[in-house]
Design a protein around this ligand. Structure first.
Ligand SMILES: Cc1ncc(COP(=O)(O)O)c(C=O)c1O
Length: 365
């Protein structure tokens, strides 16, 4: 009998498959529901910016032409926003592709890549695809432990994935701790600052990775248009890094990674300050409401610095997840991250947040 194992590259068939949040359509079909709320993939509850929507409609008629390969319009707009050179920016098919490019560009077989545990699962899959080794460093109080990460660094360490704010726990590391870490990390390691949730981290203690890009340190900052810019379905994200690193990332880039509609949408979304501000405001209100309401139900959450909360249900999370699904609410259960009683819940509109809390109360009884 034919078997994928005899064809696939060594180790590929042992890779863990990524489980994304369940799509609304699938839950509607499975449970015969018409109204379903998805709080599972940290998308923007305000949907698409009106300016981005108009720009994307307009761009549709040009879709018979290939897009510009390096997304120059997006890089120019970003360079102005971030006060860096357009050459410091690599635009890709979502932050997911940025992670894949980083692993392809920097990891050889047998190298080590350090990740927080738990953190964003896509790192692990890409590290393993390159034949490198994952070194997991447990979080402490649901937060990255940068001292432990430094202790885990060996001669073989090439990459350190630092997710700040961290997915799934929503916590940040304060900037003075990040500075101490950056002062000690060996030059041979590339530190990836995954800042997919950067726009929501409004705590004054938060410090992003851009200062290290400007200082030409060996860092790659990852950001995305999927969250505060409301373009998750368009698949567009970017890396910001010193030129000596972007040069390597560009070598492994496919020919046309980002389609025309996504490029037009991203430029317009960047210019729609009112939409981004409204998204941040709604999110700040929603996450405070959720953390407080869950706290009152004996379901503690760490303070959230992102657009989701991570809560301990003190029950079997799989059971709670299934009960929520039956009632038309999709969230993410914590088993996949080694937290069998926790849930990760995206911040929705205030109506969605209230509906989730009401359903949760029903389940808790
Ligand atoms: C921490 C983190 N990094 C990167 C990504 C990738 O985002 P995208 O591929 O939608 O740009 C996500 C998506 O949820 C994320 O949570």
């Amino acid at each position: 009998m034919k078997d994928a194992h005899s064809f696939a590259r060594r180790g590929i068939m042992e890779l863990p498959a990524y489980t994304p949040g369940k799509p609304i359509e699938e839950v509607q079909r499975e449970f015969g529901l018409t109204s379903v709320i998805k709080l599972a993939s940290n998308e923007n509850p305000l949907k698409v910016s009106p300016l981005a929507l108009a720009a994307m409609h307009q761009e549709l008629e040009n879709c018979f032409l290939y897009p510009e390969s390096s997304s120059p319009c997006v890089r120019t707009a970003l360079a102005q926003r971030l006060s860096c050179g357009a050459d410091n920016i690599v635009v890709a098919n979502g932050g997911d592709q940025v992670i894949s490019l980083i692993c392809q560009a920097f990891l050889d077989e047998g190298d080590e890549a350090v990740v927080g545990d738990p953190s964003f699962g896509i790192y692990n899959q890409n590290i393993l695809i390159m034949g490198a080794r994952i070194v997991r460093v447990p979080l402490v109080n649901l937060t990255f432990d940068l001292d432990a990460i430094l202790r885990a660094v060996t001669e073989k360490t090439k990459l350190i994935f630092f997710c700040n704010p961290n997915n799934p726990t929503s916590t940040i590391v304060p900037k003075d701790e990040v500075a101490r870490f950056m002062a000690r990390v060996p030059e041979r390691c590339v530190v990836v600052f995954d800042e997919a949730y950067f726009e929501y981290a409004d705590d004054p203690a938060y410090g992003d990775g851009m200062e290290y890009v400007r200082a030409e340190r060996n860092v790659v900052v990852l950001r995305t248009f999927s969250k505060a810019y409301g373009l998750a379905g368009c698949r567009i994200g970017y890396a910001v890094a010193p030129g000596h690193l972007t040069q390597a990332l560009l070598r492994v880039m496919p020919a046309f990674p980002v389609n025309r509609v996504a490029q037009a949408g991203a430029v317009a979304a960047l210019g729609d300050t009112a939409f981004v501000e409204a998204s941040k405001k709604l999110n700040a209100e929603g996450r405070t409401y959720l953390v407080n309401a869950l706290g009152e139900m004996d379901m503690p959450c760490p303070q959230s610095h992102s657009n989701f909360v991570f809560t301990d249900t003190r029950m079997d999370a799989k059971l709670v997840y299934n009960e929520l699904l039956k009632r038309g609410v999709i969230v993410r259960p914590g088993m996949q991250w080694g937290f069998p009683t926790s849930l990760r819940v995206s911040v929705g509109t205030m109506d969605e947040n209230r509906a989730f809390i009401a359903t949760m109360k029903e389940i808790k009884g």
